[in-house]
Design a protein around this ligand. Structure first.
Ligand SMILES: Cc1ncc(COP(=O)(O)O)c(C=O)c1O
Length: 382
Protein backbone atom coordinates (compact mmCIF):
# COMPACT_ATOMS: atom_id res chain seq x y z
CA UNK A 1 0.00 0.00 0.00
CA UNK A 2 2.72 2.50 0.99
CA UNK A 3 6.19 3.09 -0.41
CA UNK A 4 7.06 3.43 -4.08
CA UNK A 5 3.47 2.77 -5.19
CA UNK A 6 2.16 5.53 -2.97
CA UNK A 7 4.57 8.16 -4.25
CA UNK A 8 2.21 9.09 -7.10
CA UNK A 9 -0.25 10.50 -4.55
CA UNK A 10 2.21 13.23 -3.60
CA UNK A 11 3.44 16.30 -5.45
CA UNK A 12 6.95 14.92 -5.67
CA UNK A 13 9.41 15.82 -8.36
CA UNK A 14 10.58 12.59 -10.01
CA UNK A 15 14.14 13.84 -9.86
CA UNK A 16 14.29 14.13 -6.11
CA UNK A 17 14.02 11.61 -3.30
CA UNK A 18 12.73 13.26 -0.16
CA UNK A 19 14.23 11.63 2.93
CA UNK A 20 13.67 14.87 4.83
CA UNK A 21 9.89 15.09 5.16
CA UNK A 22 10.53 16.64 8.60
CA UNK A 23 11.82 19.92 7.16
CA UNK A 24 9.81 20.16 3.97
CA UNK A 25 6.94 17.74 4.08
CA UNK A 26 5.66 16.75 0.69
CA UNK A 27 2.15 17.76 -0.31
CA UNK A 28 -0.64 15.23 -0.86
CA UNK A 29 -2.39 15.57 -4.24
CA UNK A 30 -5.93 15.40 -2.79
CA UNK A 31 -5.21 18.16 -0.29
CA UNK A 32 -3.49 20.24 -2.94
CA UNK A 33 -6.38 19.99 -5.41
CA UNK A 34 -9.05 20.66 -2.80
CA UNK A 35 -7.11 23.57 -1.32
CA UNK A 36 -6.77 25.14 -4.77
CA UNK A 37 -10.56 24.92 -5.05
CA UNK A 38 -10.96 26.62 -1.64
CA UNK A 39 -8.48 29.32 -2.71
CA UNK A 40 -10.40 29.83 -5.96
CA UNK A 41 -13.71 30.20 -4.12
CA UNK A 42 -12.22 32.73 -1.69
CA UNK A 43 -10.45 34.75 -4.37
CA UNK A 44 -13.45 34.89 -6.65
CA UNK A 45 -15.58 36.55 -3.96
CA UNK A 46 -13.39 37.91 -1.19
CA UNK A 47 -16.12 40.13 0.28
CA UNK A 48 -18.36 37.10 0.73
CA UNK A 49 -15.48 35.21 2.34
CA UNK A 50 -14.76 38.08 4.72
CA UNK A 51 -18.36 38.00 5.92
CA UNK A 52 -18.16 34.25 6.49
CA UNK A 53 -14.52 34.05 7.62
CA UNK A 54 -15.23 33.70 11.37
CA UNK A 55 -17.49 30.75 10.67
CA UNK A 56 -14.90 28.99 8.46
CA UNK A 57 -12.11 29.62 10.95
CA UNK A 58 -14.27 28.40 13.84
CA UNK A 59 -14.90 25.17 11.94
CA UNK A 60 -11.15 24.59 11.56
CA UNK A 61 -10.56 25.43 15.22
CA UNK A 62 -13.17 22.89 16.14
CA UNK A 63 -11.66 20.18 13.88
CA UNK A 64 -8.14 20.79 15.22
CA UNK A 65 -9.38 21.11 18.81
CA UNK A 66 -10.98 17.67 18.55
CA UNK A 67 -7.86 16.17 16.94
CA UNK A 68 -5.41 17.44 19.59
CA UNK A 69 -7.93 17.52 22.41
CA UNK A 70 -8.32 21.08 23.50
CA UNK A 71 -11.08 23.67 23.60
CA UNK A 72 -11.28 25.36 20.14
CA UNK A 73 -11.31 28.77 21.88
CA UNK A 74 -7.74 28.11 23.06
CA UNK A 75 -6.53 27.82 19.44
CA UNK A 76 -5.19 30.82 17.52
CA UNK A 77 -4.05 30.27 13.95
CA UNK A 78 -0.77 31.64 12.56
CA UNK A 79 1.17 31.11 9.35
CA UNK A 80 3.78 28.75 10.88
CA UNK A 81 5.37 27.40 14.02
CA UNK A 82 7.99 30.12 13.56
CA UNK A 83 5.31 32.78 13.80
CA UNK A 84 3.71 31.01 16.78
CA UNK A 85 7.06 30.94 18.62
CA UNK A 86 7.55 34.63 17.92
CA UNK A 87 4.04 35.52 19.04
CA UNK A 88 4.28 33.72 22.38
CA UNK A 89 7.84 34.72 23.23
CA UNK A 90 7.26 38.35 22.25
CA UNK A 91 3.98 38.53 24.20
CA UNK A 92 5.69 37.59 27.46
CA UNK A 93 7.24 40.55 29.27
CA UNK A 94 10.64 39.38 30.51
CA UNK A 95 12.55 41.37 33.13
CA UNK A 96 16.26 41.85 33.63
CA UNK A 97 17.70 38.83 35.42
CA UNK A 98 14.92 36.42 34.33
CA UNK A 99 16.11 33.07 33.01
CA UNK A 100 14.64 30.87 30.30
CA UNK A 101 15.56 27.19 30.41
CA UNK A 102 16.06 25.57 27.02
CA UNK A 103 17.88 22.62 25.44
CA UNK A 104 21.18 23.94 24.03
CA UNK A 105 20.39 22.04 20.80
CA UNK A 106 16.91 23.51 20.32
CA UNK A 107 15.74 24.41 16.80
CA UNK A 108 18.00 27.34 15.77
CA UNK A 109 15.07 29.68 15.03
CA UNK A 110 13.86 29.29 18.60
CA UNK A 111 17.31 30.15 19.93
CA UNK A 112 17.45 33.28 17.74
CA UNK A 113 14.04 34.46 19.04
CA UNK A 114 15.17 33.80 22.61
CA UNK A 115 18.36 35.77 21.98
CA UNK A 116 16.21 38.65 20.73
CA UNK A 117 13.73 38.71 23.63
CA UNK A 118 16.40 38.09 26.28
CA UNK A 119 18.76 40.66 24.75
CA UNK A 120 15.99 43.27 24.80
CA UNK A 121 15.06 42.59 28.42
CA UNK A 122 18.44 41.80 29.94
CA UNK A 123 17.23 38.26 30.60
CA UNK A 124 19.40 35.14 30.30
CA UNK A 125 19.11 31.92 28.28
CA UNK A 126 19.97 28.99 30.52
CA UNK A 127 21.09 26.32 28.04
CA UNK A 128 20.83 22.71 29.12
CA UNK A 129 23.43 20.47 27.48
CA UNK A 130 21.97 17.02 26.93
CA UNK A 131 24.35 14.52 25.29
CA UNK A 132 22.94 12.53 22.38
CA UNK A 133 21.30 9.23 23.38
CA UNK A 134 21.06 10.26 27.03
CA UNK A 135 18.80 8.01 29.08
CA UNK A 136 15.60 9.44 30.51
CA UNK A 137 16.97 9.96 34.03
CA UNK A 138 19.89 11.99 32.71
CA UNK A 139 17.49 14.22 30.72
CA UNK A 140 15.28 14.77 33.78
CA UNK A 141 18.27 15.48 36.04
CA UNK A 142 19.64 18.04 33.60
CA UNK A 143 16.34 19.93 33.53
CA UNK A 144 15.93 19.69 37.29
CA UNK A 145 19.41 21.11 37.91
CA UNK A 146 18.73 24.04 35.55
CA UNK A 147 15.98 25.49 37.75
CA UNK A 148 16.78 28.36 40.09
CA UNK A 149 14.78 31.20 41.69
CA UNK A 150 15.20 33.35 38.55
CA UNK A 151 13.72 30.74 36.18
CA UNK A 152 10.80 32.38 34.39
CA UNK A 153 9.99 29.94 31.57
CA UNK A 154 10.77 26.51 30.12
CA UNK A 155 10.84 26.20 26.33
CA UNK A 156 10.91 22.58 25.23
CA UNK A 157 10.26 20.58 22.07
CA UNK A 158 7.86 17.65 22.10
CA UNK A 159 9.80 15.95 19.28
CA UNK A 160 13.32 17.32 19.02
CA UNK A 161 14.37 18.96 15.76
CA UNK A 162 18.01 18.03 16.26
CA UNK A 163 17.64 14.23 16.39
CA UNK A 164 13.96 13.50 15.78
CA UNK A 165 13.58 11.80 19.17
CA UNK A 166 10.62 12.28 21.45
CA UNK A 167 11.34 14.18 24.66
CA UNK A 168 10.05 12.52 27.86
CA UNK A 169 7.64 15.45 28.08
CA UNK A 170 5.19 13.92 30.54
CA UNK A 171 8.06 13.63 33.04
CA UNK A 172 9.74 16.97 32.27
CA UNK A 173 6.52 18.97 32.73
CA UNK A 174 5.89 18.16 36.44
CA UNK A 175 9.44 19.23 37.35
CA UNK A 176 8.60 22.77 36.22
CA UNK A 177 4.92 22.79 37.17
CA UNK A 178 5.78 21.89 40.73
CA UNK A 179 7.85 25.08 40.86
CA UNK A 180 5.08 27.17 39.20
CA UNK A 181 7.28 27.83 36.17
CA UNK A 182 5.34 28.44 32.93
CA UNK A 183 5.95 25.99 30.08
CA UNK A 184 5.94 26.52 26.31
CA UNK A 185 6.01 23.34 24.21
CA UNK A 186 7.00 23.42 20.54
CA UNK A 187 5.10 20.58 18.89
CA UNK A 188 6.03 21.36 15.28
CA UNK A 189 6.57 17.67 14.56
CA UNK A 190 3.98 16.13 16.85
CA UNK A 191 0.65 16.89 15.20
CA UNK A 192 -0.15 14.01 12.87
CA UNK A 193 2.75 11.91 14.12
CA UNK A 194 1.99 11.05 17.73
CA UNK A 195 -1.18 10.78 19.80
CA UNK A 196 -1.61 14.26 21.15
CA UNK A 197 -3.72 15.25 24.12
CA UNK A 198 -2.87 18.89 24.74
CA UNK A 199 -5.24 19.45 27.66
CA UNK A 200 -3.87 16.42 29.47
CA UNK A 201 -0.33 17.84 29.18
CA UNK A 202 -1.59 20.97 30.94
CA UNK A 203 1.11 23.35 29.71
CA UNK A 204 0.75 27.11 29.31
CA UNK A 205 1.34 27.12 25.56
CA UNK A 206 1.44 24.27 23.08
CA UNK A 207 2.22 25.39 19.56
CA UNK A 208 2.95 23.81 16.24
CA UNK A 209 1.71 23.43 12.70
CA UNK A 210 -0.53 21.24 10.59
CA UNK A 211 1.57 21.54 7.42
CA UNK A 212 4.26 19.04 8.37
CA UNK A 213 2.80 15.68 9.38
CA UNK A 214 -0.92 16.51 9.29
CA UNK A 215 -0.84 17.08 5.53
CA UNK A 216 -2.59 20.46 5.45
CA UNK A 217 -1.60 23.16 2.96
CA UNK A 218 1.52 25.15 3.88
CA UNK A 219 0.74 28.09 6.15
CA UNK A 220 -1.25 26.40 8.93
CA UNK A 221 0.49 27.19 12.22
CA UNK A 222 -1.30 27.38 15.56
CA UNK A 223 -0.95 28.29 19.23
CA UNK A 224 -2.88 26.65 22.03
CA UNK A 225 -2.97 29.05 24.98
CA UNK A 226 -4.33 28.11 28.39
CA UNK A 227 -7.25 30.43 29.35
CA UNK A 228 -5.31 32.18 32.16
CA UNK A 229 -2.87 33.51 29.52
CA UNK A 230 -5.40 34.56 26.83
CA UNK A 231 -5.44 38.25 27.69
CA UNK A 232 -1.64 38.75 27.45
CA UNK A 233 -1.36 37.16 24.00
CA UNK A 234 -0.44 39.47 21.10
CA UNK A 235 -0.42 38.51 17.45
CA UNK A 236 2.72 39.18 15.41
CA UNK A 237 0.40 40.87 12.92
CA UNK A 238 -1.54 43.47 14.86
CA UNK A 239 -4.60 44.56 12.91
CA UNK A 240 -7.86 46.37 13.60
CA UNK A 241 -9.04 43.24 15.40
CA UNK A 242 -6.40 43.89 18.09
CA UNK A 243 -9.02 44.76 20.68
CA UNK A 244 -10.99 41.61 20.13
CA UNK A 245 -10.42 38.87 22.70
CA UNK A 246 -7.99 36.00 22.09
CA UNK A 247 -7.98 34.12 19.71
CA UNK A 248 -10.03 36.42 17.41
CA UNK A 249 -7.40 39.16 17.52
CA UNK A 250 -5.08 36.77 15.65
CA UNK A 251 -7.41 35.98 12.80
CA UNK A 252 -8.02 38.91 10.52
CA UNK A 253 -4.80 40.15 9.00
CA UNK A 254 -5.96 42.15 6.02
CA UNK A 255 -5.36 40.91 2.52
CA UNK A 256 -4.00 37.54 3.54
CA UNK A 257 -4.45 34.06 2.09
CA UNK A 258 -6.64 32.27 4.63
CA UNK A 259 -6.80 29.02 2.65
CA UNK A 260 -4.23 26.98 4.66
CA UNK A 261 -6.25 27.23 7.90
CA UNK A 262 -9.29 25.89 6.07
CA UNK A 263 -7.42 22.80 4.83
CA UNK A 264 -6.71 21.30 8.26
CA UNK A 265 -9.73 19.00 7.97
CA UNK A 266 -8.57 17.85 4.51
CA UNK A 267 -5.25 16.58 5.86
CA UNK A 268 -7.02 14.79 8.71
CA UNK A 269 -9.44 13.18 6.21
CA UNK A 270 -6.53 11.69 4.23
CA UNK A 271 -4.92 10.39 7.41
CA UNK A 272 -8.19 8.88 8.63
CA UNK A 273 -8.80 7.24 5.28
CA UNK A 274 -5.37 5.62 5.30
CA UNK A 275 -5.59 4.82 9.00
CA UNK A 276 -3.40 6.62 11.55
CA UNK A 277 -2.23 3.28 12.93
CA UNK A 278 -1.25 1.97 9.47
CA UNK A 279 0.76 5.13 8.85
CA UNK A 280 2.44 4.98 12.27
CA UNK A 281 3.35 1.31 11.96
CA UNK A 282 4.77 1.80 8.47
CA UNK A 283 6.81 4.91 9.28
CA UNK A 284 8.06 3.73 12.67
CA UNK A 285 9.25 0.42 11.19
CA UNK A 286 10.79 2.00 8.12
CA UNK A 287 12.76 4.62 10.02
CA UNK A 288 14.39 1.98 12.27
CA UNK A 289 15.06 -0.29 9.29
CA UNK A 290 16.65 2.64 7.44
CA UNK A 291 18.66 3.72 10.50
CA UNK A 292 20.07 0.22 10.90
CA UNK A 293 20.84 -0.16 7.20
CA UNK A 294 22.58 3.21 6.94
CA UNK A 295 24.60 2.83 10.13
CA UNK A 296 25.81 -0.57 8.89
CA UNK A 297 26.79 0.89 5.52
CA UNK A 298 28.46 3.90 7.17
CA UNK A 299 30.30 1.74 9.75
CA UNK A 300 28.90 3.64 12.74
CA UNK A 301 27.02 2.73 15.93
CA UNK A 302 23.25 3.05 16.03
CA UNK A 303 21.14 2.70 19.15
CA UNK A 304 17.90 4.60 19.40
CA UNK A 305 15.57 3.81 22.34
CA UNK A 306 12.44 2.51 20.60
CA UNK A 307 10.13 4.18 23.16
CA UNK A 308 11.38 7.62 22.03
CA UNK A 309 11.50 6.83 18.32
CA UNK A 310 9.38 8.81 15.82
CA UNK A 311 9.25 9.01 12.00
CA UNK A 312 12.69 10.65 12.20
CA UNK A 313 16.06 9.47 13.39
CA UNK A 314 19.72 10.47 13.17
CA UNK A 315 22.63 8.43 11.80
CA UNK A 316 26.25 9.49 12.16
CA UNK A 317 27.89 10.07 8.79
CA UNK A 318 30.92 7.87 7.92
CA UNK A 319 34.32 8.75 9.33
CA UNK A 320 35.58 9.85 5.93
CA UNK A 321 32.93 12.58 5.75
CA UNK A 322 33.76 13.69 9.28
CA UNK A 323 37.42 14.11 8.42
CA UNK A 324 36.84 16.10 5.28
CA UNK A 325 36.51 19.84 5.47
CA UNK A 326 33.04 19.89 3.95
CA UNK A 327 30.49 21.89 5.96
CA UNK A 328 26.88 20.96 6.59
CA UNK A 329 25.52 23.27 3.87
CA UNK A 330 27.97 21.98 1.29
CA UNK A 331 27.08 18.37 2.08
CA UNK A 332 23.35 19.10 1.70
CA UNK A 333 24.10 20.77 -1.62
CA UNK A 334 26.07 17.76 -2.86
CA UNK A 335 23.29 15.39 -1.82
CA UNK A 336 20.70 17.65 -3.45
CA UNK A 337 22.70 17.71 -6.69
CA UNK A 338 22.62 13.93 -6.57
CA UNK A 339 18.85 13.73 -6.16
CA UNK A 340 18.25 13.82 -2.39
CA UNK A 341 16.52 16.27 -0.08
CA UNK A 342 18.44 15.78 3.18
CA UNK A 343 18.99 17.39 6.56
CA UNK A 344 22.52 17.26 7.95
CA UNK A 345 22.92 18.26 11.60
CA UNK A 346 25.92 18.87 13.84
CA UNK A 347 25.71 17.25 17.25
CA UNK A 348 28.76 17.94 19.44
CA UNK A 349 30.60 18.87 16.25
CA UNK A 350 29.94 15.48 14.71
CA UNK A 351 27.98 15.33 11.44
CA UNK A 352 24.78 13.29 11.39
CA UNK A 353 22.04 12.92 8.84
CA UNK A 354 18.53 13.32 10.22
CA UNK A 355 16.34 11.09 8.10
CA UNK A 356 12.57 10.96 7.92
CA UNK A 357 10.42 8.04 6.86
CA UNK A 358 7.03 8.79 5.38
CA UNK A 359 4.42 6.83 3.49
CA UNK A 360 5.93 7.59 0.07
CA UNK A 361 9.38 6.35 1.14
CA UNK A 362 10.60 2.78 1.13
CA UNK A 363 13.89 1.12 1.97
CA UNK A 364 15.25 1.53 -1.57
CA UNK A 365 15.34 5.33 -1.01
CA UNK A 366 17.88 4.86 1.79
CA UNK A 367 19.81 2.19 -0.13
CA UNK A 368 20.21 4.64 -3.01
CA UNK A 369 21.34 7.30 -0.58
CA UNK A 370 24.00 4.94 0.81
CA UNK A 371 25.34 4.53 -2.76
CA UNK A 372 25.73 8.31 -3.05
CA UNK A 373 27.50 8.48 0.31
CA UNK A 374 29.80 5.66 -0.70
CA UNK A 375 30.75 7.47 -3.94
CA UNK A 376 31.34 10.69 -2.00
CA UNK A 377 33.61 8.84 0.43
CA UNK A 378 35.58 7.54 -2.55
CA UNK A 379 35.92 11.09 -3.91
CA UNK A 380 33.79 10.21 -6.93
CA UNK A 381 31.31 13.05 -6.53
CA UNK A 382 33.01 16.36 -5.78
C1 LIG B 1 11.05 22.01 16.43
C2 LIG B 1 10.71 22.92 15.29
N1 LIG B 1 10.05 24.06 15.55
C3 LIG B 1 9.70 24.90 14.56
C4 LIG B 1 10.00 24.62 13.25
C5 LIG B 1 9.57 25.59 12.17
O1 LIG B 1 8.35 25.18 11.67
P1 LIG B 1 7.55 26.10 10.61
O2 LIG B 1 8.12 25.77 9.27
O3 LIG B 1 6.12 25.70 10.76
O4 LIG B 1 7.79 27.51 10.99
C6 LIG B 1 10.68 23.45 12.93
C7 LIG B 1 10.99 23.13 11.52
O5 LIG B 1 11.37 22.08 11.12
C8 LIG B 1 11.06 22.59 13.98
O6 LIG B 1 11.74 21.47 13.73
Amino acid sequence: MFGKDYKKYFLLDDNIININNGSFSSVHNDVYKKSEKIRFDIMSNISKFKMEADEHIAKSQSILGKYINTNPNNIAFTSSTTESLNAVLRSIIFMAGDEIVVDADIYPTTMRILEFVCGRAGARINKVHIPINSDENTVLDKYDLAINPRTRLLVVEDIKAIDGLKNPLKKIIPIFKDMDIPILVDGAHSVGMIDLNVDELGVDWYLGCCHKWLLSAKGAGFIVTEPHNHSMMRSMRISYTYEKPYPHRFHWVGTNDYTPWLTIGLGIDVINELGQENISNYCNDLVIQAGKLMSKEFGVDYSIPSSLSTYMTVVKLPKKLQDKKIGVEKLQEIFFNNGFNTKIVLIDNVKYIRISAYIYNDITDYEKFCDVVSKLCDNKLI
